[in-house]
Design a protein around this ligand. Structure first.
Ligand code: ZN
Length: 410
């Protein structure tokens, strides 16, 4: 899959001391330092049928801030992202709307790519769809079979979780809750013949009217979790302590998707999957979760078409912490526009308040689990100082820092 164009990144200021990036891990419930010289980051991509709503944007912009920080700090970044270009929700939507599923996927992928380009999101080095990764996926499925980790129900192949030691002990939520969430998110806990209700399907045997590929488990198509296990292991260089450094996505992926992805990878490699599991919060509207079923999605492309600046969308989503579930509203955009207008006005002055200290404080706030509300507060204080007549700063230095760390191009 073709990734979107590279983003120009101005050189990071050399006179700034950037601390190690610390991010909150959803499973360890603790801050993890990303001190690795080489960081491999796998961020779960979209299923291409409702791209790109603000929930997507919030997730990819959060990981973009993480990637920008690591790059500015001189750490080498390998970033991979997938596209679930064949899966139940995509096929169901295509059927519902009576459109060809591949055409639907292609059009939505194009829209996603243009939105990511407009938002100045750093593109993945490896941007991989399921269809182009079938060989890698079936290879890992064969490995699972060879290791005795699988069983069939009819033509569907399942992972036998009970063959993996202590999987129940590592569940991120109590079993009862896990079963409910598993069912809500595409699982089939009640299927007769399953050894454990949470066993995920690795390969779905062919059904009439569904796309199919050959595999060691017979004709069919891959399950959701093995797709990401395979693409992550296959596309990123492996570390010594863990297979990859960072697994990321929206918080709706904490369970079962990322849990199963990691469990499968660990069963295959005997190595911890990721050093950190990081998740962005959900975006709601008018007190409700933004979702396709409620019909209350706000799309990035619609905002851009109305003339909303990409930088305003970035800033609006930075006003609250990336890991909090939060509501979207028009006032956020208004506030973001005021912040950008004020920054532009002050950066156009000949004399401005000292900039080195504000950049240093901004970088420190980012290093603490991306404290973007603090960053925006610091920038507001700098504007106030400039408006009060303080001098001694460099507008070029601050503009470059806004671009390289925050993706804000003024
Ligand atoms: Zn995934």
């Amino acid at each position: 899959m073709r990734s979107w164009p590279e983003v120009y990144l101005p050189p990071a200021p050399t006179n700034i001391k950037a601390p190690e990036l610390k991010l909150f891990d959803s499973y360890k419930k603790a801050l993890i330092s990303l001190d690795h010289k080489i960081v491999t980051s796998y961020v779960c991509g979209i299923t291409p049928y409702d791209a790109t709503h603000l929930g997507h944007a919030a997730t990819y912009l959060s990981f973009d801030l993480i990637h920008r920080y690591l790059i500015a700090r001189g750490q080498e970044l390998f970033f991979a992202e997938n596209i679930t270009d064949v899966d139940d929700p995509l096929l169901e939507r295509a059927k519902r709307d009576d459109v060809d599923w591949q055409k639907l996927a292609t059009s939505q992928i194009e829209l996603f790519v243009s939105d990511m380009t407009a938002l100045h999101v750093i593109p993945p080095r490896q941007y991989l769809g399921v269809i182009e990764s079938i060989n890698a996926i079936t290879g890992y499925i064969k490995d699972c079979q060879n290791k005795g980790l699988t069983y069939f129900i009819d033509n569907d192949l399942y992972l036998d979780l009970s063959s993996i030691s202590n999987f129940q002990g590592s569940l991120p939520v109590p079993l009862e809750q896990a079963l409910t969430i598993f069912k809500e998110r595409g699982g089939d806990p009640e299927r007769i013949g399953k050894r454990h209700p949470l066993d995920p399907m690795l390969w779905r045997g062919h059904r009439e009217g569904e796309p199919q590929w050959d595999s060691p488990a017979g004709p069919g198509r891959p399950g959701w979790h093995i797709e990401c296990t395979a693409i992550a292991l296959n596309s990123l260089p492996h570390g010594e302590r863990t297979s990859i450094t960072l697994q990321g996505g929206g918080s709706d992926l904490v369970f079962p998707h990322h849990y199963m992805t990691a469990l499968q990878a660990e069963a295959l490699t005997n190595l911890e999957f990721a050093a950190a599991y990081v998740h962005a919060g959900m975006i709601g509207l008018h007190g409700e979760k933004m979702s396709k079923s409620k019909g209350n999605l706000i799309f990035v492309s619609e905002l851009l078409a109305k003339g909303v600046r990409a930088s305003a969308i970035r800033v609006a989503l930075m006003l609250q912490h990336y890991q909090s579930d939060r509501m979207w509203n028009e006032e956020l955009l208004d506030t973001a526009n005021q912040i950008i207008d004020r920054l532009e006005l002050n950066l156009a002055r000949n004399e401005v308040a000292p900039t080195h200290s504000v950049i240093q404080n901004m970088v420190e706030a980012l290093s603490e689990n991306l404290n973007t509300p603090k960053v925006l507060q610091l920038l507001g204080e700098w504007c106030t100082s400039t408006e009060a007549g303080e001098i001694g700063g460099s507008t070029g230095e601050l503009s470059r820092a806004l671009d390289s760390y925050l993706g804000i191009v003024l």
